[in-house]
Design a protein around this ligand. Sequence first.
Ligand SMILES: Cc1cc2nc3c(=O)[nH]c(=O)nc-3n(C[C@H](O)[C@H](O)[C@H](O)COP(=O)(O)OP(=O)(O)OC[C@H]3O[C@@H](n4cnc5c(N)ncnc54)[C@H](O)[C@@H]3O)c2cc1C
Length: 495
Amino acid sequence: LIKFKNKNKQVINQQIASTSKNIRIVILGSGFAAIETLKKLQNQYNNNNNNNNNKFNIEIIIISKDNFFLFTPMLPEVFSGMIEPRHIVTPVRDFCKSKTKFYHGTITDIDLKNKTVTMSYSIGNYSHPLYHQEKNLSFDYLVIALGSKTNYFGNTNMEKRSFAMKTINDAFVLRNHIINILEQAVIEYENVELRKSLLTFVVVGGGFSGIETVGELNYFVKNTIKNYYKSINPNEVKVILVSAEENILTEVDEDLGIYTKNILEKKGIEFKMNRMANEANLDSIVLRNGEKIYTYTIIWTAEVTLSALIKNLDCEHDRKGMLKVKDNLELEGFSKIYGVGDCAAIIDPNSSNGKLYPPTAQNAIKQGQLVAENIIRDIENKIPKKIKYKVKGSMAKIDKRSGVAKISHFKFKGFIAWWLWRTFYLSKLPTLKKKIRVVSDWNIESLFKNDVSMIKGYVEEKSDDNTAISENNNNNNNTNRNKHHQLHNSNTTLK
Ligand SMILES: Cc1cc2nc3c(=O)[nH]c(=O)nc-3n(C[C@H](O)[C@H](O)[C@H](O)COP(=O)(O)OP(=O)(O)OC[C@H]3O[C@@H](n4cnc5c(N)ncnc54)[C@H](O)[C@@H]3O)c2cc1C
């Protein structure tokens, strides 16, 4: 059934004929888990000239709000300008064999009982569409691989005033913001207080993305200043990592976390451990212990959560709202509907205390493969396989030429870990074309100065709006803040 709804609430229903021989598999998302499921299903059914002895006509549909796959491990290198943004994204259509259908739309509803999903998409100009249409699609098999989103723990000010590092747009916005801040710092050479807060950068979160982001940020800011902003002394720059936990990189290993912290401290990064970030203002961040850090750059990478769509699905969830799945990855209480990747709570059978597989790309890939295999087995009336793989290891890049890695029982640090990181992730990057482009980006970056062009369209998207500015001006009761802003507002003449 296809249901069209236009701006005037006119609804057009369309019935798609289906025969009893049709099996429709719908995959939601275009991240690691979804693409892996798609690849394995396509291999099996090979454009439907297939291995199921033509018993069924297999129809594969993939739906995502992004028409590309984003290779997140290299995202921090995009904001630092080391890699061009297009080089870490691959169009979903590049993965689709000719009979697979891809729909670029946002899933707004999943009806698990009636086996339909609702997708919304825009008509007309992308940023100012004329109207939105809705389409309902029925399915025989459903793979929910909708990932996670940044968790602000309900702190709306933090959400509004901090930068995230989750999407390709986040990387653009942050890059432009940092260049913009450096431009401002150059002009504000007389206003010591303002320049100090402009040159203070705070990253919140000590996990994978927080650590990779803080390392890249520290290198990017200092290297860019050295190359282009000669009136700024790199020692004026303060890069701070705030973590609510005692250790960093807990996903990797405690020892490697300590090593990473030492390296980053030597590079000048300040760590504030066991501290919760509590409040975000336009010009500062306040920690739960009352400490206030004046800054115009807060990057929030602390934890992930689920979208309202996933949290409100009418099925079993864990404490955080993740989809509870059985050991064959079907949702608890449902058959032929699967949950995978960051949005699913999947118990690692190798752990003694029922721990979940952590939300990593490596796990999403393995789970995507298993889901595809279990769908194929189900179609062939075979018993499904249970999840049982062991996590092989983890790696993180922590600076220009150093990293940490734990592979099986072996631990690597420094250059060798960085080299392993690069080699491994390059091998995982989809398509030869993108691999060549990323390698050439790396080589060019090591030979030439980085680029500091600021493409303004992207700045506007995340910048605080005018209401925030007037909110700031109305806040003048706070004496300390007022004093700080009087300094900021003083007029100076450029020499
Ligand atoms: C900066 C950063 C660095 C990272 N580094 C590493 C690393 O080095 N190693 C590692 O293993 N992991 C890393 N990760 C974690 C890894 O990216 C995730 O665990 C992985 O992406 C999860 O895969 P997924 O398929 O579950 O979700 P995702 O890859 O997030 O994909 C979700 C998909 O669903 C789509 N979607 C979401 N909602 C909707 C909707 N309503 N309608 C339609 N489509 C929708 C999205 O567009 C997306 O395509 C990193 C993450 C970040 C942010």
